[in-house]
Ligand binder design. Sequence first.
Ligand code: GLP
Length: 262
Amino acid sequence: MEVIIRPSHDAVAALAADIVAAEVRENPALGLGLATGSTMELVYDELAARHARDALSFAQARTFNLDEYVGLAGDDASSYRYYMEQRLFSRIDVDAANTHLMNGAAEDLDAECVAYDQLIVESGGIDLQLLGIGRVGHIGFNEPLSALRSRTRVKALSPQTIEQNAALFGGDASRVPRHGLTMGVGTILDCRRCVLLATGESKAAIVAKAVEGPVTSMISASALQLHPRCVVIVDEAAATELSQREYYRWIFENEPEWDAFR
Ligand code: GLP
């Protein structure tokens, strides 16, 4: 794992977009794992801008989202499918047939989850997975105690996550679905490269636990310590509780992999 500290949310988003752009230029048929949430909004703005400005193309890319709410169809304005259409898919040249999210309104949710994991494998796997982190430390909707080897499945949402995500439901927590469909921690760990983004003071404590604490199913993001190629990109506010900030800065300055990104 590496930790990169950038001065602002804008700079975090720009670096994440630089990584996506480099990967999709090298491999136009990239398997790109996507996340939702406010942290990602600026990343998608950056990608849309680069598509318009620099002809960055996603025409052959395949996308797979991490999660979806149970009970919401893709045309529901609170669904993650809807979020993705608005924030990214309609603004770039990705082929709609290559954009994948679980269907939260599927009749057989368990079959939907099994089929999703199969689809990822059969289409060549995820090359680059973008991740956010919830205040409980979740990646996707892998709430505390999610098995570190879990696969895509239905998960009950924690009270903290319901509270945190109420904004998308007009601020009314009682309207937030009680369950989500989510890639499992094990599914996420199968990706070839992952990038976790966190910004703002409210994420500082959980970022420190995920990066510097023990690997534990109580904080599913801590499982990323096991991933062979994972970078955590945070702004200064989200970095405040990391005890080894100077070490992370040193590594970023000296690691040849990042020469083109500094
Ligand atoms: C939701 C998503 C997560 C995401 C989290 C972060 O809970 N299911 O995948 O990581 O939001 O949200 P934000 O970026 O708004 O803090």
